[in-house]
Design a protein around this ligand. Structure first.
Ligand code: MCU
Length: 417
C-alpha cells in the first residue's frame, strides 16, 4: 500500500541511487509522494460553530476520531489526519483548492522558475528563484523559504541543499487587516474565496512543487524538499508543510501564535498576566486565517482541535520546531508546550526522531543563533540527504518552565501497531 501511515515500506523506493551512494545506509523517509494521501478518506460534515461542544479545556485528543473511537494502528493515521486537516481548514484556515496537476505548467530560465496555474476558468503566473548549492550532484535537495529562508542559507548551500525563494506576499498579501482577498491566489479563485493568506501560500507552495516535479531543468530532487520561514512566514511554513505530504522536512522558525503555539495555552499565558498574542488579538492584526475564525475570539476552547494537532498534520514526516525563549509575545510557554504535546503523535507513530523542538533564548527575533545550527544540520542531513547517523531526537528549552502535562493532556498516547 502507498498510504502515509505505512511507515516502513516507502523509503527504499524514494531514495535515488545517487543519494544511496552518498550515505552508508538508508533512512526511512515516510513520504506518500502525493500532496494529500487522505483525499479519499470519508470525513463527515463538520458542525457549525453554534453546534460545537461548548468547551474542551485540555488540548484535544489527537488520536480520537470524529466517530468517537481512538485509532489503533499507524495505518489509521492517514484518515485521522484527514479529519484534523479538514477541521483546521474549515474552522481556522479556509479551504485549500487541489487543482489537477495538469493545471500547472512551468519553465526555468537562468535561476528562476515561472509557474503558471490554470484553474477556475482563469490563469495566473508567479516565479521563484532557485540558488543551486556549491557542492553535491544534481538533482539537488532543496529548502523552500516562505518569504525567504531565515536559516543560515550559506550553510545549506555548502551542505548540498538548494535554496528556493517563494514570494508568499505575491500569492496573498499580509500588510494588515485590509489585505484580505488580495494577491494572485484571489485573482485566480476570486477575492471572496474563503482561504486565509496562509492557506493561499500553502497552495502556492504546492503548485511550485508541481512545477518542480515537471521541470527537470530546475535540477531539484522533489523527493527531498524542505520548507521553512520565520515569524509570520514561519506560521506559513508550518501550514505549507502540514498541507502537502510531498514536503519531507518542515522547519517553522519563531512562528509563535498561529504557528507552533496552541490557542488554549496562549490564552492561559495571557490570563496569567503575560503579554502574549492570543486568538482574539491575532484575528484583528492580519488576514492569516479565514475571516470566520474570529468567531472563536473569546472561545478558543470551542475549537475541536488546537495547534499541537496542526503540527501533527506533518507526522510522520519530519518537523523541527525552532523557538525563541525570549519572545513572550509569541507565546514562549505555549509554543514549547504545544510542541511537546504534539510530539506524542510522533511517539505513537514510532518515529520520535522525526520531530524535535528546540527553544533557546537571548537573541534577536529571526536571527538563528549558532547554538541551533547543529540541530538544523542534523535534520537537513537526515531528511534531505538521508544520513542516518544524525541525532534528531531532541526536546529542549532554556526557559524557566516545564510542560504542565496534567493540565493540558487528559488522554493517553496509544502505541500504534
Ligand atoms: C511571529 O509572527 C508575527 C506576530 O504574530 C505578529 O503579532 C507580529 O506583528 O509580527 C510577527 C512577525 O511576523 O514579525 C516579523
Amino acid at each position: 500500500s502507498s498510504s502515509a501511515g505505512d511507515l516502513s515500506s516507502s523509503s527504499a523506493a524514494s531514495v535515488s541511487s545517487a543519494q544511496q551512494a552518498s550515505s552508508s545506509s538508508q533512512v526511512s523517509v515516510p513520504l506518500s509522494g502525493v500532496e494529500n494521501s487522505g483525499r479519499d478518506c470519508f470525513v463527515p460534515a463538520l458542525p457549525a460553530y453554534a453546534n460545537l461542544a461548548s468547551s474542551i479545556a485540555a488540548l484535544p485528543d489527537p488520536f480520537r476520531g470524529l466517530d468517537g473511537e481512538s485509532i489503533s494502528s499507524k495505518h489509521d493515521w492517514t484518515c485521522r489526519r484527514a479529519e484534523v486537516s479538514k477541521q483546521a481548514q474549515y474552522y481556522e484556515l479556509g479551504e485549500k483548492p487541489e487543482p489537477d496537476t495538469d493545471a500547472v505548467t512551468a519553465a526555468v530560465v537562468d535561476n528562476t522558475i515561472t509557474v503558471t496555474v490554470e484553474d477556475n476558468g482563469s490563469a495566473i503566473a508567479f516565479s521563484a528563484t532557485i540558488q543551486l548549492p556549491t557542492t553535491g550532484v544534481a538533482p539537488y535537495p532543496a529548502m523552500i523559504g516562505m518569504g525567504g529562508s531565515s536559516l543560515n542559507n550559506t550553510e545549506l548551500l555548502n551542505r548540498g541543499i538548494a535554496v528556493i525563494n517563494f514570494n508568499n506576499n505575491d500569492i496573498a498579501e499580509q500588510t494588515n487587516g485590509s489585505s484580505r482577498g488580495r494577491g494572485k491566489f484571489y485573482t485566480l479563485y476570486g477575492s471572496n474565496h474563503g482561504a486565509g493568506a496562509m492557506t493561499a501560500w500553502a497552495w502556492g507552495v504546492s503548485r511550485l512543487i508541481d512545477a518542480l516535479e515537471k521541470t527537470p531543468d530546475s535540477q531539484i530532487d522533489t523527493r527531498y524538499l524542505g520548507v521553512t520561514g520565520c515569524s509570520r512566514n514561519g506560521k506559513g511554513a508550518l501550514i505549507a508543510g502540514a498541507l502537502d505530504e510531498r514536503i519531507a522536512l518542515t522547519i517553522p522558525q519563531e512562528s509563535g501564535s498561529g504557528g507552533s503555539a496552541a490557542w488554549r495555552v496562549s490564552d492561559a499565558q495571557k490570563a496569567a498576566g503575560q503579554n502574549v498574542q492570543t486568538l482574539s488579538q491575532i484575528v484583528t492584526e492580519n488576514v492569516w486565517f479565514r475571516s470566520s475564525f474570529a468567531q472563536f475570539s473569546s472561545t478558543a476552547t470551542r475549537l475541536p482541535f488546537d495547534h499541537h494537532q496542526v503540527m501533527g498534520l506533518v507526522a510522520p514526516r519530519a518537523l523541527l520546531v525552532l523557538e525563541n525563549t525570549s519572545m513572550e509575545w509569541l507565546g514562549n510557554v505555549s509554543t514549547y508546550t504545544a510542541a511537546v504535546v504534539a510530539r506524542e503523535i510522533w511517539i505513537a507513530l514510532g518515529v520520535t526522531d522525526h520531530m524535535a523542538v528546540s527553544q533557546l533564548g537571548g537573541y534577536w527575533h529571526c536571527t538563528l543563533p549558532e547554538s541551533q545550527q547543529p540541530l538544523v544540520d542534523a535534520f537537513v542531513d537526515k531528511f534531505l540527504k538521508g544520513i542516518t547517523t544524525a541525532d534528531t531526537d531532541v526536546v529542549r528549552t532554556d526557559g524557566e518552565y516545564t510542560v504542565d502535562r496534567a493540565r493540558w493532556i487528559d488522554w493517553e498516547t496509544p502505541g500504534l501497531h
